[in-house]
Design a protein around this ligand. Structure first.
Ligand SMILES: [Zn+2]
Ligand SMILES: [Zn+2]
Length: 182
């Protein structure tokens, strides 16, 4: 059995993870599981930026994959950066095992408006599918509604759907046919 492992990094609501686990299974038709394992957040912290180095966390995430791990998604509430960007919603290895998403800027209160749980969960799902999509070899898509369309602002996440466009869907199917024998 191969899984998409969902790994919480730092404190994150259990209910959020369970919803995500369910929805990612629906999206990819691949078994998902929540796997707790120690990740050293402090090693990725940049005191000057007050943010966490995304690539550093991604390296920790992929350094002990289980034989059943097909893909691994880290989910965190901390704010991520890489040196060339002020912030990131997530990062992933193209065609590799690892992906990472940050919920930090997906909550309405970050923008000074009241929380909307449903909206938050949709945003987290879209960004999780998007980053995992990269691990299945998908690059950014120009179809506006496609989940692989790139998002710089949270409004752009809200405008796209949680679905792959037809051509991205084909790529996922092709990947499945090549890698899944059952
Ligand atoms: Zn992307
Ligand atoms: Zn697409």
């Amino acid at each position: 059995m191969s899984y998409i492992d969902i790994v919480p990094i730092g404190k994150i609501e259990e209910a959020t993870l369970i919803t995500l686990k369910h929805n990612l299974f629906q999206a990819f038709k691949i078994q998902t599981r929540i796997r707790n394992r120690p990740i050293d957040l402090s090693a990725a912290y940049d005191p000057f930026r007050g943010q966490y180095n995304s690539s550093g966390l991604l390296v920790q995430l992929i350094n002990d994959l289980t034989p059943e791990t097909m893909k691994i998604l880290g989910v965190t509430e901390v704010d991520l950066f890489i040196p060339i960007f002020t912030f990131l919603f997530g990062e992933a290895q193209l065609n590799g095992p690892g992906a990472l998403v940050s919920a930090h800027r997906l909550h309405n209160p970050f923008y000074g408006i009241p929380e909307n749980e449903e909206m938050f969960e949709k945003r987290l799902l879209k960004e999780s599918i998007h980053e995992l999509g990269h691990t299945f070899g998908l690059i950014h898509c120009f179809t506006l509604r496609c989940v692989m369309n790139t998002s710089t602002y949270v409004e752009e996440i809200d405008q796209k759907s949680a679905d792959f466009c037809r051509s991205c869907e084909q790529e996922i199917l092709r990947w499945r046919n090549e890698h899944l024998t059952d």
